[in-house]
Design a binder for this molecule. Structure first.
Ligand code: PMP
Length: 330
């Protein structure tokens, strides 16, 4: 057992678990990286820590300063925890469409929360642009800029990818996940390719995102919609530039929710929808590579963050999603 000197050292070094149902469904060994085990319960703690450390090293963030960010929520939660541990303030801008739990969590952690109506990226009111303006107008503030700040993907090159490689004893054939900022897929992809060019890196894109068509046909074009939070990108962010994507799958919310349901009821893992989409993608990658391969994916955050949405009968019905049988009477 290891003892850590600071709470920030608790970020990363997450467990890797073999997932029984997905392995059986694909004939492969599918492993999930338990990012919900980070202190802020998501994969974004890693990016938050690297972004703050990078700003400190560049001399941009002074003691008592403020970190401003636009986020679907998880990056904000990571930033708020890192900021508390280091003596900074946080201002977080979120679209109103994100889960109630994430907003309540941010307020509970002491972040100043600003919510804005959901808007296309081209709209100046979009949460990312709003957060940049707030940073510019706030004395002593930095803009974390997770989408285009490559300190984000560096966290996954030196952290997540190294850990997966070590945990799988260098025996890994494929990796897949969805993209929000793209930091995870690009960083893990670059990190694993540096170890072994032969590892297949696959993007698992939700409906409503433009990256599947970009990597398949060279055209940024979105089709359909998704209720998944934190994923679904419409442009090539700086973090995605040069991402070594070998192949891509388009995964529906229904497919992702089926794995959310099965992983909870059969394996006791309570996850969010981006994790379900990643696992559906890992099964697709297993079928693509053929039986006997070893594949890793990301279990991005905890399902406890979505009790009012993914685990709520009325909400599921309102979105036309299948209600989990055990929620039918609720
Ligand atoms: N899943 C969830 C729940 C997230 O919040 C995020 C972060 N936006 C992702 C997946 C995607 O991670 P990344 O930003 O590294 O692409």
């Amino acid at each position: 057992m290891t003892t850590y000197d600071t709470t920030l050292a608790l970020i990363g070094n997450t467990p890797l678990v073999r997932l029984t149902g997905p392995s059986e469904a694909s004939g492969c060994d599918i492993f999930g990286k338990c990012e919900f085990a980070n202190p802020g319960a998501s994969v974004k703690d890693r990016a938050a820590l690297f972004i703050v450390q990078d700003a400190e090293e560049r001399g941009l963030l002074q003691p008592g300063g403020t970190i401003v960010e636009g986020t679907a929520g998880n990056t904000g939660i990571g930033l708020a925890l890192v900021a508390n541990a280091k003596g900074y303030k946080t201002i977080i801008v979120m679209p109103e469409t994100q889960s109630r739990e994430k907003m309540d969590t941010l307020r509970a952690l002491g972040a100043e929360l600003v919510t804005v109506p959901a808007a296309p990226y081209a709209n100046p009111g979009h949460f990312v642009h709003t957060s940049r303006r707030i940073a510019e107008e706030t004395q002593g503030a930095i803009w974390a800029n997770q989408f285009d700040n490559i300190a984000n993907r560096k966290a996954h090159i030196v952290g997540t990818a190294e850990e997966i490689w070590a945990q799988m004893d260098g025996r890994i054939d494929g990796f897949t996940c969805a993209a929000g900022t793209g930091g995870t897929i690009a960083g893990v992809g670059l990190g694993l390719k540096a170890k072994d060019e032969g590892v297949t890196i696959a993007l698992s894109d939700p409906h409503g995102a433009a990256l599947f068509n970009y990597y398949a046909h060279g055209e940024l074009k979105a089709e359909g919609t998704s209720v998944a939070e934190g994923i679904g990108q419409g442009r090539i962010t700086a973090n995605l530039e040069g991402a070594p994507i070998d192949t891509q799958f388009r995964i529906s919310d229904a497919e992702g929710m089926e794995w959310v349901r099965r992983l909870l009821s059969e394996e006791g893992l309570c996850l969010g929808l981006s994790s379900g989409i990643n696992v559906a993608g890992a099964v697709a990658l297993g079928k693509h590579l053929g039986p006997g391969h070893r594949i890793a994916t990301i279990l991005c955050d905890t399902g406890f963050r979505y009790l009012s949405t993914l685990y709520n009968r009325q909400w599921l019905e309102s979105k036309g999603l299948t209600v989990f049988p055990w929620l039918a009477q609720s």
